[in-house]
Design a protein around this ligand. Structure first.
Ligand SMILES: Nc1nc2c(c(=O)[nH]1)N(C=O)[C@@H](CNc1ccc(C(=O)N[C@@H](CCC(=O)O)C(=O)O)cc1)CN2
Ligand SMILES: Nc1ncnc2c1ncn2[C@@H]1O[C@H](COP(=O)(O)OP(=O)(O)OP(=O)(O)O)[C@@H](O)[C@H]1O
Length: 210
């Protein structure tokens, strides 16, 4: 294992991030479009999620599992969509998606909403939090970009609000290194495998409503 300790800590996470990012860069336009449609179709097929309310999502860039079709579909359905704004230091602020004109390129290659920011605590009003991830394991451990943004942000969500991570099929792995500050997600969505709720994960109405 090239220069990393394999101790389940930060250096092993860094190696895993590099592997996933390289695979994501290699995914072509056709696959990216197919993934974005699958993500939209799977989540719009969850009745409680697509019937109004508030959903915190991310606005995908680069090789991330696409959320742009999902964000547009939720918004057109009348769902209030919150998108993150990266704050120096690693906290996330939240602003509403109000159509593509209300978005602008931001630092780190991100595209962010330009409207009113409601503060990190706005996540408390979300009925679901759709999280970016580089990988997820079968216990719901999530590997992020490494700034701890979502580990911090998820502390603001309600205890019965599911956090749903989006990953490509090969990014759902048996086991990931977990550190004490890591916050697991409740469910994972992969384009090929659909939506899966983890044992112990919260889900409105129980697992059978997936
Ligand atoms: N589309 C999208 N939006 C998102 C996230 C995400 O993963 N995807 N985030 C999820 O947390 C937050 C932004 N998180 C970030 C975390 C780290 C770095 C950062 O330090 N980047 C370094 C190099 C590493 C990298 O690019 O990953 C840099 O750009 O210099 C930037 C943003 C909020 N918005
Ligand atoms: N609740 C927290 N408060 C302050 N710092 C935190 C918190 N959680 C994590 N961090 C910091 O963030 C750093 C990155 O953590 P980690 O590698 O687990 O990020 P990640 O989960 O992959 O990324 P992200 O949460 O942004 O998607 C850690 O070194 C840790 O110090």
């Amino acid at each position: 294992m090239s220069g990393s300790s394999g101790d389940g800590g930060p250096s092993e996470k860094a190696r895993l991030r590099g592997d996933v990012l390289a695979r994501r860069r290699a995914r072509g336009a056709e696959e990216r479009a197919r993934v974005g449609s699958a993500v939209r179709d799977a989540l719009m097929g969850v009745p409680w999620l697509a019937m109004g309310g508030t959903v915190a999502c991310y606005y995908s860039v680069g090789g991330e599992p696409g959320t742009r079709k999902l964000v547009t579909a939720l918004w057109k359905r009348g769902t209030y969509v919150l998108l993150p704004v990266f704050l120096p230091g690693g906290d996330l602020d939240w602003a509403a998606f109000d159509g593509p004109e209300g978005l602008a390129p931001a630092g780190h290659g991100l595209v962010e909403p330009t409207g009113h920011r409601y503060g990190p605590g706005a996540l408390a009003r979300a009925d679901a939090v759709v999280c970016p991830a580089l990988a997820v394991d079968r216990n719901g451990n999530r590997l992020g970009r490494g700034a701890g943004c979502y580990d911090r942000a998820l502390a603001h969500k309600g205890p019965h609000t599911p956090a749903i991570a989006l990953v490509h099929d090969d990014e759902l792995v048996d086991s990931l290194p977990a550190e004490p500050h890591d916050r697991p997600v409740d469910a994972v969505l992969t384009p090929g495998g659909g939506l899966r709720v983890f044992a112990g994960g919260v889900w409105p109405g129980g697992d059978d409503t997936v």
